[in-house]
Write a protein that binds this ligand. Structure first.
Ligand code: GSH
Length: 276
């Protein structure tokens, strides 16, 4: 029997949630990568989650991974083959990393990661991302400063991606890979109570449409359990149960192939591979 796809990631990780969600929607079984799944000496060159192993093929970067899975398994609803529809989704996914992803660096990280006293930080992250994160959480009012960044992102999405036609970001008839990636960054604020979408009617319509996508609940069990982090700050005591809830909800779908797994066994960054 073919080995199941292994996804190294975490329910707390936005790009990991995008991969889990696409697999669940399409009924593709996968294993949650744990330390024992690593080949001797193996580490993800990028040092971050998510990454996958599919047989002897290893791939990192969320957008590359979901496009690969869609091509490999013929997910033409999530990633239509019409060249222009697909090009628009690709445009979104390329833009996502430097723009929509900023929502996490600027608003989510100061509220989630800072109270945990640290960003694990691979050497690459220390050079490329740590300054942005640090600036965000050293702001005198991180909620206001991060909120300003997210307003800029939302204004752009409202004008450049959402329309009055279908609710989805690339104007597709059904949810696409772009919506899943976008929701991981933007939708998380609704659970965390970190942003008011009142000024963005198209985005609000999209948020409502996304809540109807299959497997919405298990994908967001982590976020629901973590809850409102604006009114009371995140803490290590809150993080453990939230991660447990996220992993359990994924397992309860019946599509995760590990017999049982705890988030403590999962491989989060290059650090985990170094300590083996
Ligand atoms: N561009 C990457 C971003 C991955 C990423 O930011 N991963 C975070 C978790 S959500 C991580 O591993 N951070 C730890 C670090 O950078 O040290 C992707 O889309 O997959």
């Amino acid at each position: 029997m073919a080995e199941p796809l292994i996804v190294f990631g975490s329910p707390a990780s936005q790009p990991s949630r995008t991969i889990y969600w696409s697999c669940l929607i399409k009924g593709l079984p996968f294993r949650l990568g744990v330390r024992e799944d690593l080949e001797p000496g193996e580490s993800n060159p990028r040092g971050q989650v998510p990454w996958i192993r599919d047989g002897d093929f290893v791939l990192s970067e969320m957008a590359a991974i979901v496009c690969y899975l869609a091509d490999r398994h013929g997910w033409e609803d999530l990633y239509p083959t019409d060249v222009r529809v697909r090009a628009r989704i690709n445009q979104f996914l390329h833009m996502h990393h430097t723009l929509v992803r900023g929502a996490t660096c600027k608003l989510m990280a100061p509220h989630v990661v800072k109270p945990l006293r640290g960003f694990t930080s691979t050497p690459l992250s220390r050079v490329m991302i740590a300054d942005t994160m640090q600036a965000a959480w050293e702001a005198s009012d991180p909620l206001e400063a991060g909120g300003r960044a997210v307003h800029t992102i939302m204004g752009f999405l409202e004008d450049a991606y959402f329309t009055d036609g279908t609710p989805y970001v690339c104007g597709t008839e059904a949810v696409s890979l772009a919506d899943l990636a976008c929701y991981a960054e933007i939708g998380q604020f609704t659970f965390a109570n970190l942003f008011d979408f009142g000024d963005y009617p198209r985005a609000r319509r999209w948020l409502a449409a996304m809540a109807e996508v299959p497997f919405f609940e298990p994908i967001h069990a982590f976020n629901v359990t973590l809850g409102d982090i604006a009114s009371s700050p995140n803490s290590l005591e809150r993080m453990g149960p939230a991660l447990d809830a996220g992993v359990k909800a994924l397992q309860d779908t019946g599509l995760v192939t590990n017999p049982s797994v705890s988030f403590r066994q999962m491989v989060l960054t290059a650090d985990a591979t170094r300590t083996r």
